[in-house]
Design a binder for this molecule. Structure first.
Ligand SMILES: Cc1ncc(COP(=O)(O)O)c(C=O)c1O
Length: 433
């Protein structure tokens, strides 16, 4: 072609959570049955929505109005409902104008980073959730900037590291956090959030807090929303129903905007997001209609409590199984539905393998395993030998070696069997090379 049409940031668009799927799909063709432990879709893993939520959606789907376009920012009544919820919870004063809907947070994230000035960077946690890190890196054309989450301190952010990085890199315009976190399952205490807000305030940068798992907390944790600590600092909270109803196929998420009227440049940036949305007319309408009747129903808090208790039971089960094993390290998650398993890196080398009985799968994995990061190598051998698909931690913008599991399998026996197989495989792998 006479012009190079490839965007400078294209090489940054990696999504390990999906890439490992390509390997697994190839193995499936060789006849290996796959246990999908790579993706955060509760529905795919057998969770059933309560009938009363489905009934609300069915009723809405029978009304003609729910098939039309809606306002670009989202349905006004729904935005008023959500703004009131924020204000009741946090005592702040957001209005319907501070709520903007997107086609899921995937869409929101693409626009939040895509419409930032190219030179303006957002620093995020490591390990990172790849949708954020890839979108930020692709927007800038450089690798994503990160601050460390410390596994020895329950994956709390290293605030000194963060403060220094923001202080000495004046291209940083924003700080990102995920609370509760994917992939570590950590929940940030109020004090930690207040310190992050103070860092943002000191350096005059904005905050982005992904709260998609805000209402999936357990083991004594309670989510403190960004709205409760943000004060006068400009910021965005990212919310959605993919994980919470759960309805990931609704492609419905929204941003809560804080303090746009105090910061003219921030306000102009927010307007650019709305203008971008205008080109698409609006976001999915039916799920927006469903939010007030579902979230406003007295059964909703009970539903959330029930789910939190369910994940608490599962996470504690997983913790019991993994924490006793030598050569790996886990912390007990308090939110979301993931757990990160870290290898003791002194125990990893380039000769370790698992026996793969299927000859095609063996050739396929062995031909690729040579130059892989050690945790990716384990994930590939695990796929070939046991058909379990986990995401290596190095796929999360992270130098630590490990992998992420999910707590989503709703068949109790199958879930525990998978974890026990994983632990046995780790033992076999670590003693193999
Ligand atoms: C932290 C985080 N944010 C956002 C998303 C995506 O949400 P949505 O389905 O609204 O695009 C996910 C999905 O796994 C996630 O883990």
């Amino acid at each position: 072609m006479r012009r190079n049409i490839v965007h400078e940031g294209s090489s940054q668009l990696t999504y390990e959570i999906r890439e490992i799927v390509e390997i697994a799909l190839q193995l499936e063709k060789f006849g290996i049955g796959i246990t999908w432990e790579n993706i955060g879709d509760p529905i795919q893993k057998g969770e059933r929505l309560p009938d009363w939520i489905k009934d609300i959606v069915i009723r809405l789907a029978s009304e003609d109005r729910t098939y039309g376009y809606v306002a670009t920012r989202g349905i006004p009544e729904t935005r008023v409902f959500l703004a009131e919820q924020v204000n009741r919870r946090s005592g702040c004063q957001v209005t319907a104008d501070d709520i903007v809907f997107f086609n899921g947070l995937g869409d929101a994230v693409a626009k939040v980073f895509g419409f930032l000035k190219r030179e303006a960077r957002v620093i995020g946690p490591s390990p990172a959730y790849s949708t954020h890190s890839s979108a930020e890196a692709a927007h800038s054309g450089y690798e994503h900037l990160t601050y460390e989450l410390d596994p020895q301190r329950n994956w709390m952010p290293d605030l000194e590291d963060l403060d220094n990085k923001v202080r000495y890199n004046d291209s940083i315009a924003g700080i990102l956090l995920i609370n509760p976190d994917n992939p570590t399952g950590t929940v940030y205490p109020r004090e930690c959030l207040e310190k992050m807000v103070a860092i943002a305030k000191k350096h005059n940068v904005f905050l982005i807090c992904d709260e998609i798992y805000a209402h999936i907390v357990y083991n004594g944790a309670k989510t403190v929303h960004l709205s409760e600590v943000i004060g006068t600092v400009p910021g965005l909270a990212l919310r959605g129903i993919s994980k919470e109803f759960p309805w990931p196929g609704s492609r419905c998420g929204w941003i809560e905007i804080f303090n746009q009227t105090r910061h003219p440049v921030f306000k102009k940036y927010i307007q650019s997001l709305v203008n971008a949305k205008m080109l698409e007319v609006c976001s999915t309408s039916l799920p927006q209609y469903a939010i007030p009747p579902v979230m406003g129903d007295p059964r909703y808090p009970v539903h959330l409590q029930h789910r939190s208790a369910m994940f608490e039971k599962r996470v504690n089960e997983a913790y019991e199984i993994f924490s006793k094993e030598e050569g790996i390290y886990v912390t007990r998650p308090q939110g979301a539905f993931y757990m990160s398993v870290l290898f003791d890196e002194r125990r990893l080398n380039k000769n370790q393998t698992l026996p793969i009985l299927n000859p095609d799968a063996k050739d396929f994995i062995e031909s690729r395993a040579g130059n892989l990061e050690p945790d990716k190598r384990f994930a590939y051998y695990l796929l070939g030998a046991k058909g379990i698909c986990v995401v290596p931690l190095t796929g999360f913008c992270c130098n630590r070696k490990g992998f992420r599991i999910t707590l989503l399998e709703s068949d109790d026996e199958r879930r525990v069997r998978t974890w026990k197989t994983l632990v046995e495989s780790i033992r076999e792998y670590l003693s193999s090379g």
